[in-house]
Design a binder for this molecule. Structure first.
Ligand SMILES: [Zn+2]
Length: 599
């Protein structure tokens, strides 16, 4: 990924200057995006291409958005594509799902027009209605296939009543509605929000931050400025520099919003409008902001070698999303701890929740961390009813592995170094000095350099293997232990998950090796009676029962009623909590201080 060259003078005329070199060098590209039917969720795009010097041209559209590892085939939302040159229509031929080919012999300038339907609310897809337009660039901008390095300008014509544009793309001649992109990697990495968003700014260490709040919400601007500043300062302190001159937070506040997507100089965050009203909701928002902002180093610049330059036509496979996402997930919470918004106890509770999430997922025994990363395209982003039984999250396990490595390094160096030093070293060595991504072996070498020990067994066990994590070995370095609160219990479990928020019991998941699994309850079954008694609308279906009890479960499957005998089994659920070790020694207190005390 290339850095934005701020020294470039952003002038429209620059784009049309002919230079020597290959055909792409002389081309000028200007997009005009308008919204004549925003209420029906359309953007109308016109691309003017000048200075062509080639006999054939491929017009392409990415099939995925970097940061979101799923082929989404955005071109399915394209309508009425037409190409004209000198007032005459040019025929196009589809040669792939995302490629239109045309004969450009003797043609230097052409105009491409098309419409994009955009009605998917997420941080990684465009959404347009009469209130606002969110343009996730890879699903809006068709590009000339051999010109990824060509600059372009984007001119926005807003829908009636829309007043503002928020994006990290540079303004042209101070015009907020005309933006410049030095190349397509930057254009595709720069979402654009158009509408009446509530915009406010602040400055951190000379970097101008802008927050664009879309959709309203009960946020307190002054508090957000103060706390985001602390988050940003703590993250900059790890890497020693902030490579941006400006950065944009686009925040989508919906009735039920969520998620985030990182970009080079901006991010898109999803939040519920009422998230800011409670302390836990506010903390979760800050933790999300900390996560996405941390990515501006970890993955947007310091990156696995497979993630850039991007192949926009295909899946980009890497076994290292546990570093790109898992380490970021680890840092999102420890950063909020470092701002003092979390007490050490709050923070340890968050870690315990993550341990419980991982250890209660049967997939922990079936999918390694590196495999979960590689198969993100077909598994993590395409979950089904059985996913919990055969997959894990590289976010959760990756964050826990980051915890182990942080504690290992702090312990091995007697508090002199931590995982922070590995991240800073890797950022300098690979992004700044070598200018490329890292391999799996190179990241491991850096961890070993700071830990001062070989990590072959660690990788064999926890990264590439299925060995159960020995949490207590690592948390003991900081004078803690984790205990399992349900170890002595003899609770029975049926082993189903149910559709939430409705009074009927419709099965959405069957836990591997549970009673429901062994005796054949299926996903989509509606359980109506147990032992001839109607099931309660909410709460425990098997209250008072013990492991070994036999029950008769009456259910409706595919419209037919049947009764299954089920023998209840002991619940496998675990619930960990952190405790301080009594009489922690000086080394343990040193590690704890380095790990959890404000830097
Ligand atoms: Zn992330």
């Amino acid at each position: 990924m290339k850095k934005i060259k701020l020294s470039v003078i952003f002038s429209l005329t620059l784009l049309f200057m002919a230079t020597t070199g290959n055909a792409a060098d002389s081309a000028g590209i200007t997009y005009t995006v308008s919204f004549p039917e925003a209420q029906a969720h359309y953007a109308d795009v016109e691309m003017k291409l000048t200075g062509l010097k080639q006999n054939t041209l491929e017009l392409k559209m990415p099939v995925w958005t970097p940061g979101s590892y799923l082929v989404r085939e955005f071109q399915r939302n394209i309508e009425t594509l037409s190409v004209t040159a000198n007032g005459k229509e040019i025929a196009t031929t589809k040669t792939r799902k995302n490629i239109w080919q045309l004969n450009t012999t003797g043609i230097t300038d052409l105009i491409v027009k098309y419409r994009v339907y955009a009605f998917e609310i997420s941080v990684r897809t465009s959404f347009i209605d009469a209130r606002h337009g969110f343009l996730s660039s890879p699903d809006i901008f068709i590009y000339p296939g051999n010109m990824l390095q060509t600059p372009s300008t984007v001119h926005i014509i807003p829908y009636k009543g829309w007043t503002s544009v928020s994006t990290s793309l540079e303004k042209v001649n101070g015009d907020s509605f005309t933006r410049y992109s030095p190349n397509y990697d930057i254009l595709f990495d720069s979402p654009i929000e158009v509408g009446n968003q509530d915009i406010f700014g602040f400055n951190v260490g000379g970097v101008a931050y802008e927050v664009a709040m879309v959709g309203g919400g009960s946020y307190d601007k002054e508090r957000l400025k103060k706390d985001l500043t602390k988050v940003i300062e703590q993250e900059v302190a790890i890497y020693g520099e902030n490579p941006n001159k400006h950065y944009t937070f686009i925040v989508h506040n919906y009735l039920k919003g969520g998620g985030g997507l990182e970009h080079l100089s901006s991010t898109v965050l999803g939040a519920s409008r009422d998230a800011y009203a409670t302390e836990s909701g506010y903390e979760n928002f800050l933790s999300l902001a900390a996560h996405e902002h941390f990515h501006l180093w970890n993955v947007k610049r310091l990156r696995p070698i497979a993630l850039g330059p991007f192949d926009y036509d295909n899946e980009n496979y890497t076994t290292n999303l546990w570093i790109a996402e898992g380490f970021t997930a680890y840092y999102q919470d420890i950063i909020v701890r470092r701002t003092q918004l979390y007490t050490p106890e709050n923070y340890l509770n968050i870690l315990a929740t993550e341990i419980n999430q991982l250890e209660n997922q049967p997939g922990v025994k079936f999918q390694s961390l590196s495999a979960s990363s590689y198969d993100a395209w077909i598994k993590a982003y395409r979950p089904n009813e059985n996913s919990a039984n055969n997959t894990i999250s590289y976010y959760t396990k990756g964050a826990l592995v980051a915890l182990l490595l942080d504690l290992e390094i702090i312990n091995d160096t007697k508090g002199k170094s931590s995982l922070d030093d590995v991240m800073k070293y890797m950022y300098n060595e690979y992004y700044k000095v070598k200018g490329r991504g890292y391999t799996d072996a190179e990241f491991k070498q850096a961890l070993e350099k700071f830990a001062g020990k070989n990590l072959d067994q660690f990788y064999a066990d926890y990264i590439n293997g299925l060995t159960s994590i020995d949490y207590n070995k690592y948390v003991a370095y900081a004078g803690y232990k984790i205990t399992e609160e349900l170890a002595g219990s003899n609770d029975a479990a049926l082993g189903i998950t149910r559709y939430p928020g409705i009074p009927r019991v419709i099965v959405t998941g069957v836990v591997r090796n549970s009673a429901a699994w062994v005796d054949g309850i299926n996903v989509n079954d509606e359980i109506v009676d147990i032992d001839s008694t109607p099931v309660p609308e909410t709460g425990d279906l098997i209250a008072g029962k013990k492991p070994g009890d036999k029950i008769m479960v009456t259910l409706i499957r595919d419209g037919l009623t049947q009764t299954l005998p089920v023998t209840l089994l002991k619940s496998n659920k675990v619930k960990y909590k952190f405790e301080e070790l009594p009489n922690a020694n000086a080394q343990q207190l040193t590690v704890r201080k380095k790990w959890l005390t404000i830097k």
